[in-house]
Design a protein around this ligand. Structure first.
Ligand code: NAD
Ligand code: WQD
Length: 351
């Protein structure tokens, strides 16, 4: 059991990770500015975990990670377990690729300056253990597979550049002092907790495939536009490594435990995926088979910036953390649909 600070913990991956961490007996302080999430997510996490929301086990403090004064208050507060924060899981940040191209300075401010403000507060309070949300898009358009952590990075948009920059900052801290850091390069997290009580709730019309499909199933859109059927893949559509968000949440708990148990400084970089890529049409047909809901679609041109294939080699995470994705595409589709069908308008539509 440890006292953990979770930044961005009200978000999609953060809320699912909080649920797993609570089940492992940890006490959590979440900081989130709720710019892309709702506190309802954490109320539901508390209920699922059987703990009081806003009490010892799970606190939410509304805070922008760039606000150094507020971060200091979080680390010194006696009102909760903050005063003995032992580690941080850092989800807070912006993640939309196209938005990062339009607003690069905003992405560098939030994702990098926000992270340095957090790291400075951690250093000042001798809290030097962090799990960081990085991304597979640091690999750009890979030429060779399998994609391992030593594959050369080639970030092709500001979002990926900001994530790689934070990885490099953590590398610098590992050289300088006794830091323990794990940079987790997520591939494509999808799905929801099987209860259907928490899930992915993107603001506005989703850019991502999976929430768009579940919203079609919920009647919010007419059909799926499949971006390109002329890629050099079996069915011509793009391939990605889709990972159940509960598998990803469990990987965070494993990475945290690994670091808390390590006496020596650490600076890990780990790919988190299934190791088995799926095409767009694999996902469409898989969703229809798992839910019985038809997904109308239309083949259209490629989307700018898309790469033909991204697929993880997760062997290093399996070896070091003893973690392996265990949930299938059917699980991702069934659980994602359980969430969307029970919450057609996400948290914002809830009472
Ligand atoms: P999300 O938007 O649901 O969660 C991010 C959370 O951070 C939200 O609750 C948001 O309100 C909060 N936030 C944003 N800016 C903040 C700020 N300045 N101060 C405090 N809180 C702030 O996104 P997610 O899908 O859960 O992703 C979590 C992390 O994982 C992000 O860093 C993202 O870049 C990374 N990631 C996501 C994916 C993916 O496909 N979802 C893939 C790879 C990496
Ligand atoms: C998946 C596949 C599309 C929508 C995104 C973020 C990236 C990372 C992971 C944060 C592609 C196709 C999609 C649609 C489609 N997140 N598609 N019609 O592009 O791999 O990466 O999530 O780190 O930053 O950009 O995911 O879900 O957008 O696309 O045909 O309406 O589905 O072309 O092949 P992507 P995605």
């Amino acid at each position: 059991m440890a006292n953990i600070l979770v930044t961005g913990g009200a978000g999609f991956i953060g809320s699912h990770t909080c649920l797993v961490l609570l089940s492992h007996g940890h006490n959590l302080v979440v900081i989130d500015d709720l710019s892309n999430s709702s506190s309802v997510a954490l109320e539901r996490v508390a209920k699922l975990a059987g703990v009081g929301f806003g009490k010892e086990r799970l606190q939410l403090i509304r805070c922008d990670i760039r606000d150094q004064a507020k971060l200091e208050a979080v680390f010194t507060s006696k009102a909760n377990c903050s005063s003995q924060l032992e580690a941080v899981i850092h989800f807070a940040g912006l993640k939309a690729v196209s938005e990062s191209v339009a607003k690069p300075l905003h992405y560098w401010d939030v994702n990098v300056s926000g992270s340095t403000a957090l790291l400075a507060a951690m250093e000042a309070h001798e809290c030097r253990t962090i799990v960081f949300s990085s991304t597979s898009t640091v690999y750009g358009e890979p030429e060779f597979f399998p994609l391992t952590e030593s594959t050369p990075t080639n970030p092709i948009h500001p979002y990926a550049q900001t994530k790689l920059a934070v990885e490099q900052i953590l590398g610098s801290l590992a050289i300088a002092g006794p830091w323990r850091s794990a940079c987790l390069r997520y591939f494509n997290p999808v799905g929801a907790h099987p209860s259907g009580s928490i899930g992915e709730d993107p603001l506005g019309v989703p850019n991502n495939l999976f929430p768009y499909i579940t919203q079609i199933a919920a009647g919010r859109h007419e059909k799926l536009r499949v971006f390109g059927d002329d890629y050099l893949t079996d069915d011509g559509t793009g391939i990605r490594d889709y990972l159940h968000v509960m598998d990803l949440a469990e990987a965070h708990a494993a990475a945290l435990d690994h670091m808390l148990q390590s006496r020596a400084p650490l600076n890990l970089t780990l790919n988190l995926g299934t190791g088995k890529g799926l095409s767009v049409m694999n996902v469409v047909h898989g969703f229809e088979a798992a839910t019985g809901v038809t997904i109308p679609y239309e083949m259209v041109g490629r989307r700018a910036g898309d790469v033909p294939k991204l697929e993880a080699c997760p062997k290093k995470a399996e070896k070091i953390l003893g973690w392996k994705a265990k949930r299938s595409l059917a699980d991702m589709c069934r659980d994602g649909w359980a969430w969307q069908s029970a919450n057609p308008n996400g948290y914002r539509g809830s009472k």
